[in-house]
Structures are given as structure tokens and as C-alpha cells.
Ligand binder design. Structure first.
Ligand SMILES: [Zn+2]
Ligand SMILES: [Zn+2]
Length: 665
């Protein structure tokens, strides 16, 4: 008598099925609609092929295109296989290596037989991929032994795959996926057949070099990248976003506006030019006013601290590989001497400000009545990131956080988190972001502390967001299992920019570990010493990255209060030069950042040049304006529109428009 397997479904019902039954069979038994829509199965929590038979009692959830994240991941992995099959068909003798799904598509690394691939090869490969999809070959999972796989690939002349399979653990189940006559060593899972892919929902994007297993000592491979989606509509939207993102690239706009530059002698550290630093100063002054008004105290702490201090705080163990360490020793000036003897103590550049703030908190005795203490620092930190991970001013090694730590009693936590949420909301709106999402990152697998402590700390963050009235879909409220730091859960704030991209910038988390490690305490109402809770929080994250986001969000057209040059006074005739100087002086007196352009150039040339540098207001002066003491105002992007105003009226108008949002009446 054969035993039946009990398959429990998400609605709570249980079906009994014979061995050999697949999730596809269950879908078909439920109904033809579901059979058609089902792409894969989640069996006991694991995503599996829909055609893979059950191996015992199991829970089953069917995955359809509505489960977008899973469906995209599956489709992208399938596209990678289809790509490999197509390349081997078109270029016989090409060896296959690895081909994973990526954030927006897939890639596959090949060892070409004759020459590396180029972008010119891509259209033909795309056509061949469409033929593979049209054949609608079943993607069949087969369990092989290691030796069988090695023998197969050796016979095919596939030395990379043959090498790789022998490194897999001997006791691992090794699977091959067959698509028609084509086979790849792969863990899966996959869609049921190539025909489940939309032949018009992918595009090959570029070719680059990549080393076998990422090691420069190994063979150079040809990597073909593609973007892959569930529908043509999704693909088209993605391509428009890419184009839009390229137009807004902060590195290009930063150069056009002369804001900053980077160079290899200071990897990941920004050279802020005068105009870029004007943006920084305007943003910093704004943040400082907001923090002052919200009851924060600003401090400044050392860049370098003894390695032993970092050991006490726990960073030396956890964070050392990201820290810049320097010897506490004066190098010898003797030509022959080694640069350093190596006998001195070590110091480290701070990768974060937290321990230094605890050291300030620990000076003197703090009473419960003095809490909360909100300690802010525009803290310049260094983290040693690999060169390859750096990106413009968005991902850097030297950065300045809008950091603060709130030391408080447990009974003050909710109130402080609510106040933080309100401040952050108002700052984002002031900076031109109407939409952001709040997410709660919950306990990770590897963590300190008991489950009871985690239950409590997660609940406090949940309650605080609810108390702030923002645990709602409008605020994208969502909980992210497993994403918290090892010592505490955290709230994350993700901005949505003008083209729908999201950027995690703000965070707040409640920490009891660091006050404990560094022995911070306050005297309670009972006269006893107690540990304060430490809230780590930031609104912008870092100035560097946030300014990068502002550039891309506003596409270079900063709100007037943040624009580095708020007005350029351009003359048509040299007769207006003196008057132009007078106009610039009047604007400067009114606090407006203005420059004169008195060059002997055609006015259209000047207009074009300042438009390309995103100058928000161009003030054009000819002979007539000079005589009548007026100015012709041309706001950026309104080439045809021009308004003539008296000088005083113009100054008053720009002054009002350039006032930062927190100082608007
Ligand atoms: Zn695969
Ligand atoms: Zn901190």
C-alpha cells in the first residue's frame, strides 16, 4: 500500500496526493486558470520547480507573476540559461561558466573560442534567444553524480564546468538542467519551460571582461549582461528609467555645474569646488537650524582615537577591516631609516561617531532629570571601502554624517522616536521629497541578546511609528525580517526620487549594547545607577550621498535656496557693465549668491552657457535696462519668457524666493 503525502495549502486546506505528484499537478487539480498562471512552487518555504515531485508531506504555495520578486528572479535565471544556449549555438566551441540573475536582469560568463564578444554580437544573440524561447523547451531538472557531470563536460570540452563540479561537496545533490539537447550544471530552480519567458521582455545591454572566479590570475572571460522582465511593458519602463537616470547622473551634472571632482590620488574622497561647497554649506546651515530648534546639542569629536578605545567599543573586532589604522609615532627623517619602526601604538580614524559621543556623555554625573540628551555632530568619518565599490560621491571613503545620538530613559523612547519621525518628515518635505517609505528591519539570524529582548525592542519601534501615525500604506510601512543589525532592530527611511528610484537615507535604532560596553550610566530617581538607552539616528545619512541624491532628484535644478549660484547678471553691451556690478552688489547685500558675466559674447551664447550650468535666474542687462534701472529676468527653462522689473522689486522677489523653507514666513 503506497502512502499518500499530505500537502497543506495557504488557505489551510490539505490535499492527499500520491508519490510522484508535482506542484503543477496540484495547481491543475485546483483549476485551469491557476495551472496556467503558476510559474513555480514554494515547498516548505523553498522555491522549487513546479515540475519537481513532492518528496513527502509538505506545505505548498504556488508562485505566479503576482509574486513579482520571485517571478522576476526565476525569469532572470532562465534568461541567463537561454542566453548561454543561444551563444553556444551561434559560436560553437564557446565554453560556459556561470550565469546568475542580477538586480535588473542577468549575465553569463563565457570563454569564447576565437575572440572576445563585442556589443556588435548582441543583436544576433538576442534573435537566437528568441528562437530558443519560441521552441518552448521544457527545463528539466536531473540529478547526476559528480563523476557523471565531470565526464559529460570533459567530453564536451567544457573545462571550466568540469573543474567546478569537482569542487562541490561530495555529499551535495548535484543537478543538471536540460533544455532540449542543451544541459547546464545548475542548482535551479527554473520555470517549467523556456516558453514561459516573454520573448520581448529582455534586452542584452553590454559586454565586459571578467576573470574566471573573479581572480586576476585566471583566464579572462567575456561577460554578456542583459536586463530581463516579465513583460515588454516592464522592460520599456525600465529602459526609460535608465535613460532618465543617465541624464541625471550626479557625476555628469556635478561636472557641468563645477561642483566637485574626484581623482585617483584620493580614492573615494571628494574635492568640493567652491560651488559644490556652497550647496553643502546651505544644506548644513539648514540642518543645524533644524537640530537647534529640536533641542539637539552640537559637538565635535576627534578624528583619531587609540586602537584600544576601538577595542573597548567593539569596533576593533567587528569593523577593523574597514578602518584606516595609523601608527602613533613620528616617522624618521633619516633617508636610510625605514619609514616607521613599527614599535609604536596604533590609532584609527573614526569609522563612526558613536563611541566618542558616549565618552562625552560619561564626563561628570548625569541625573535622570537631564535626560534626554540629544548629541549631534556633523561627523567626518572614514571607512576603507574597496576601490571597485566606490561610486561618484554616492559611495565614498570619507564622508560626513548628520549624526546624532539621543541618550534617554526607556520611558522616553517612544516620545523621542516619534519626535524624530516628525523632524525627518518635515526635513524630507523641505528638501523636495514628497514620498518616502518607513521599514522596520527585524532581528537577523546572527544576533546578541535574548528573544524576549528582541520582542521588546522591535515592539517599541513598531509602537513609535504607530504613535507617529505613520504605520500606514501611505508611508510604505513594512517589516523586513532578518535585516536588522546584530545588536538591535532599526527603522529605515527610504526616499523615492523624481524617477521612482528609492534611496535608503534615514535610520534610527535603539541600542543598549554600546552604553553597556563603555559603561555609560545616569543616576535615577532611586539614587541608583542605570544604563541609558542610546538612539543612533540620521536623517540625511551623509552629506556626500545626500547631495548626490539631491542632484539626481532635481536633475541639477536645485530649489533656489540650495542653488550654488542663484543669479547671473549678463550684459548685452559693455555700456551696461557698471550697472551690472551695481546689480550684483545689491543682490549680494540681500544675501543672494550672484555673479556677473561681462564677457564680450553674444547674449544667446551666455544664456546657453548658464542654462547648461543650471543657473536658476539669468538677469539680462542692455543699454535700456541700465538707463531705466531695471532688469530683464529669465528663469531657467523659460527661454522665451522674460519679465522686466525694477531693481528693488527684483531684489525683494529673489530674496523671498531664496529664503530656506524653514525660514519662510
Ligand atoms: Zn542555472
Ligand atoms: Zn551611532
Amino acid at each position: 500500500m503506497s502512502t499518500l503525502f499530505k500537502i497543506s495549502l495557504p488557505d489551510g486546506s490539505v490535499r492527499e496526493v500520491a508519490p510522484g505528484t508535482t506542484p503543477a499537478d496540484v495547481a491543475a487539480a485546483i483549476g485551469p486558470g491557476l495551472a496556467k498562471a503558476a510559474l513555480a512552487a514554494r515547498v516548505d518555504g523553498e522555491v522549487r520547480d513546479i515540475m519537481r515531485p513532492f518528496e513527502g508531506d509538505a506545505s505548498l504555495a504556488l508562485i505566479t507573476a503576482r509574486d513579482e520578486a520571485e517571478a522576476l528572479e526565476l525569469a532572470r535565471h532562465d534568461y541567463a540559461h537561454v542566453l548561454a544556449e543561444a551563444v553556444q549555438k551561434l559560436f560553437p566551441g564557446t565554453q560556459i561558466t556561470f550565469g546568475p540573475a542580477t538586480e535588473d536582469g542577468f549575465y553569463y560568463d563565457f570563454a569564447p573560442k576565437e575572440r572576445p564578444f563585442t556589443d556588435e554580437d548582441l543583436p544576433a544573440i538576442e534573435d537566437e534567444m528568441r528562437r530558443v524561447i519560441a521552441r518552448d523547451e521544457a527545463l528539466v531538472r536531473e540529478v547526476w553524480t559528480r563523476d557523471e557531470v565531470r565526464a559529460f563536460f570533459e567530453k564536451q570540452g567544457e573545462s571550466f564546468k568540469a573543474e567546478w563540479v569537482m569542487e562541490l561537496p561530495a555529499d551535495e545533490t548535484i543537478t543538471m538542467y536540460r533544455s532540449g539537447g542543451w544541459l547546464d550544471l545548475c542548482r535551479g530552480p527554473h520555470l517549467a519551460s523556456t516558453g514561459k519567458l516573454d520573448p520581448n521582455a529582455f534586452k542584452l545591454t553590454r559586454v565586459s571582461g571578467a576573470y574566471w572566479r573573479g581572480d586576476q590570475a585566471n583566464a579572462m572571460l567575456s561577460r554578456i549582461y542583459g536586463t530581463g522582465w516579465l513583460s515588454k511593458k516592464q522592460l520599456d519602463a525600465h529602459l526609460v528609467r535608465l535613460e532618465e537616470a543617465a541624464k541625471r547622473d550626479h557625476r555628469r551634472i556635478g561636472a557641468d555645474m563645477d561642483l566637485f571632482h574626484l581623482q585617483s590620488e584620493a580614492q573615494g574622497s571628494v574635492f568640493w569646488h567652491p560651488k559644490g561647497f556652497l550647496v553643502w554649506r546651505a544644506l548644513e546651515a539648514y540642518m543645524r537650524r533644524r537640530l537647534d530648534a529640536a533641542g539637539y546639542d552640537e559637538v565635535r569629536t576627534p578624528q583619531l582615537m587609540d586602537a584600544r578605545q576601538w577595542e573597548r567599543s567593539g569596533h576593533w573586532g567587528k569593523y577593523r577591516e574597514n578602518m584606516f589604522v595609523v601608527p602613533d609615532e613620528i616617522p624618521s627623517t633619516d633617508d636610510d631609516a625605514p619609514v616607521l619602526s613599527g614599535a609604536g601604538d596604533l590609532m584609527a580614524l573614526k569609522p563612526m561617531n558613536c563611541p566618542a559621543h558616549v565618552l562625552i556623555f560619561k564626563q561628570g554625573i548625569t541625573s535622570y532629570r537631564e535626560l534626554p540628551i540629544r548629541m549631534a555632530e556633523f561627523g567626518c568619518c572614514h571607512r576603507n571601502e574597496p576601490h571597485g565599490a566606490l561610486h561618484g560621491i554616492m559611495r565614498v571613503r570619507q564622508f560626513t554624517q548628520d549624526d546624532a545620538h539621543i541618550f534617554c530613559r526607556e520611558d522616553q523612547l517612544i516620545g523621542e522616536i516619534v519626535a524624530f519621525c516628525d523632524l525627518l518628515d518635515s526635513v524630507y518635505r523641505d528638501l523636495g521629497f514628497d514620498s518616502y517609505a518607513i521599514k522596520l528591519a527585524l532581528r537577523p539570524d546572527q544576533r546578541f541578546g535574548s528573544d524576549a529582548e528582541w520582542d521588546k525592542s522591535e515592539q517599541i519601534l513598531r509602537d513609535a511609528v504607530a504613535a507617529a501615525g505613520r504605520a500606514t500604506p501611505e508611508y510604505g510601512w513594512e517589516e523586513l525580517p532578518g535585516e536588522g543589525a546584530f545588536y538591535a532592530p532599526k527603522l529605515e527611511f527610504h526616499l523615492t526620487d523624481a524617477i521612482g528610484r528609492t534611496w535608503q537615507v534615514g535610520t534610527i535604532q535603539a541600542d543598549t549594547v554600546l552604553p553597556e560596553r563603555l559603561d555609560a550610566s545616569y543616576v535615577g530617581e532611586d539614587g541608583q545607577r542605570h544604563r541609558p538607552v542610546m538612539l543612533h539616528r540620521a536623517i540625511l545619512g551623509t552629506f556626500e550621498r545626500f547631495i548626490g541624491i539631491l542632484i539626481e532628484h532635481h536633475a541639477g535644478r536645485f530649489p533656489l535656496w540650495l542653488a550654488p549660484v542663484q543669479a547671473v547678471v549678463a550684459t548685452i553691451v559693455s555700456d551696461a557693465d557698471d550697472y551690472a556690478r551695481e546689480v550684483v552688489a545689491a543682490l549680494t547685500r540681500a544675501g543672494i549668491r550672484a555673479e556677473a558675466d561681462l564677457r564680450n559674447e553674444k547674449i544667446n551664447y551666455k544664456v546657453r552657457e548658464h542654462s547648461l550650468a543650471y543657473v536658476p535666474n539669468l538677469l539680462v542687462l542692455g543699454k535700456r535696462e541700465a538707463e531705466e534701472r531695471t532688469v530683464a529676468l529669465r528663469p531657467l527653462g523659460s527661454d522665451a519668457r522674460q519679465e522686466v522689473l525694477g531693481l528693488d522689486a527684483l531684489v525683494a522677489r529673489l530674496q523671498a524666493e531664496a529664503r530656506p523653507p524653514d525660514l519662510q514666513g
